[in-house]
Design a binder for this molecule. Structure first.
Ligand code: FES
Length: 102
């Protein structure tokens, strides 16, 4: 007999997967000074806009796209397409593509 599967509720309404390897290769590239990784800059912007608790940013291993001078992300609510975010992209522009979910 298998063990009981436990369900733990969260406040998240959205999950964003960001490739850690892409971020590491860029050595920054995002944020106001251009010295933050995309996940760090995204979390900072989410905190500033009051959405930090509703969107979970998770760094993953390589997602297989491996763009040059960009970071691959995947919106958990739209798994049919990955996004390659070029270094220097304003995080606010990225968040505009991730509209708040109810
Ligand atoms: S290194 Fe980031 S998708 Fe492969």
């Amino acid at each position: 007999m298998s063990k009981l599967i436990v369900t733990i509720p969260t406040d998240w309404t959205q999950i964003v997967l960001a490739c850690k390897k892409c971020s590491k290769k860029l050595h920054g590239g995002f944020g106001p000074e251009g010295d933050q990784s995309l996940p760090r800059a995204l979390k900072t912007e989410l905190r500033a806009t009051g959405r930090r608790r509703s969107i979970r940013v998770i760094e993953t291993k390589c997602l297989g796209l491996c763009p040059k001078n960009a970071v691959t992300i995947l919106d958990g609510n739209a798994p049919g397409a990955m996004l390659a975010i070029p270094a220097g992209t304003l995080v606010a522009d990225l968040l505009a593509r991730l509209p708040p979910r109810p």
